[in-house]
Design a binder for this molecule. Structure first.
Ligand SMILES: Nc1ncnc2c1ncn2[C@@H]1O[C@H](COP(=O)(O)OP(=O)(O)OP(=O)(O)O)[C@@H](O)[C@H]1O
Length: 273
């Protein structure tokens, strides 16, 4: 924990973090993307990362999901060190992510896209699952049940048999969230979950993110440019600038920090939580 970081309450200080990002350095031939980045995410916490363009937010996600390998530091998920693991191995440990640009199969239905999110839960192989044999059949039925629960949870029932490509943008983003949930993750990474959404779609997504935290108790790391959403939803926020964390704390503390106002919005602006 950095000197500037404060916890939401006293009990959290004794809770073992789900995720510990510790003193990470990431460089690309002369460009320092992350330098001395440290933060922790507690069980059930919604942790947001904000900062200007090029500050290093996506790099943090790419380190977390195994796409980039930092030169220094440690990223621990429970007892596991993530640095050095491949993306599919990290996904298997229980980290799922959504993407800035929707990554779904647009000609498959909502149900089929959600089923694909469950491929880690099919230990018998695709051929056996198709043949509906023994355990594979039971496994298929369990997967379908889990997917239907997600359809209900995210209120997707009316679109369940429609090809995703025909659905409104906000619904597609919700399906993508559902695909990530279908993996039954222990940590969810949300990469700009409301980017490009209108007001109504943003409000819907905000409600589902809160439901995921409050009803499922799933910890989340969210990168988002919509400051209002971040201030409303996040338990804690880390502000990064030029690859360095400049402040981590609760929304009101972060919004009141003059360094944050200066770095992120310019001195003439104020962040209103
Ligand atoms: N693969 C890469 N090769 C070279 N430089 C990179 C690479 N990925 C990121 N960078 C650099 O690292 C820095 C941080 O980039 P990053 O994409 O993490 O920022 P960001 O905060 O996500 O920005 P944005 O809000 O625009 O998405 C930038 O200077 C970027 O150019």
């Amino acid at each position: 924990m950095t000197a500037t970081e404060t916890r939401p309450d006293d009990t959290a200080a004794t809770t073992r973090p789900v995720l510990s990002f510790d003193d990470v350095l990431l460089e690309f031939s002369g460009v320092t993307a992350l330098n001395g980045v440290s933060f922790t995410v507690d069980p059930g916490e919604l942790f947001a990362v904000i900062g200007p363009n090029g500050a290093g937010k996506t790099s943090i996600f790419n380190v977390l999901s195994g796409v980039y390998r930092p030169q220094r530091g440690s990223v621990r998920f429970g007892d596991e060190e993530l640095i050095g693991r491949k993306p599919h191995a990290i996904a298997r440990l229980g980290i799922a992510r959504t993407f800035q640009n929707i990554e779904l199969f647009s000609n498959l239905t909502v149900l089929d896209n959600l089923m694909l999110g469950r491929h880690h839960h099919n230990p018998y192989g695709v051929l056996a699952a198709f043949a509906w044999l023994g355990k594979a059949r039971r496994n298929e039925l369990a997967n379908r049940k889990a997917v239907e629960e997600i359809v209900d949870f995210l209120e997707l029932a009316q679109w369940r048999r429609m090809p995703v490509g025909l659905l409104p943008y906000g619904v597609q983003k919700r399906v993508e969230l559902g695909r990530a949930l279908a993996a039954e993750p222990k940590l969810l990474l949300l990469d700009e979950p409301v980017a490009g959404m209108n007001l109504e779609e943003t409000e819907d997504m905000a409600r589902f993110i809160l439901d995921i935290r409050d009803e499922l108790g799933l910890p989340m790391v969210m990168v988002e440019h919509d400051m209002g959403l971040v201030m409303d939803l996040a338990d804690r926020i880390m502000v990064v600038d030029f690859g360095r964390p400049i402040r981590t704390g609760r929304p009101r503390e972060v919004a009141a920090d003059p360094d944050v106002v200066r770095a992120y919005l310019g001195e003439e602006h104020r962040i209103v939580p």
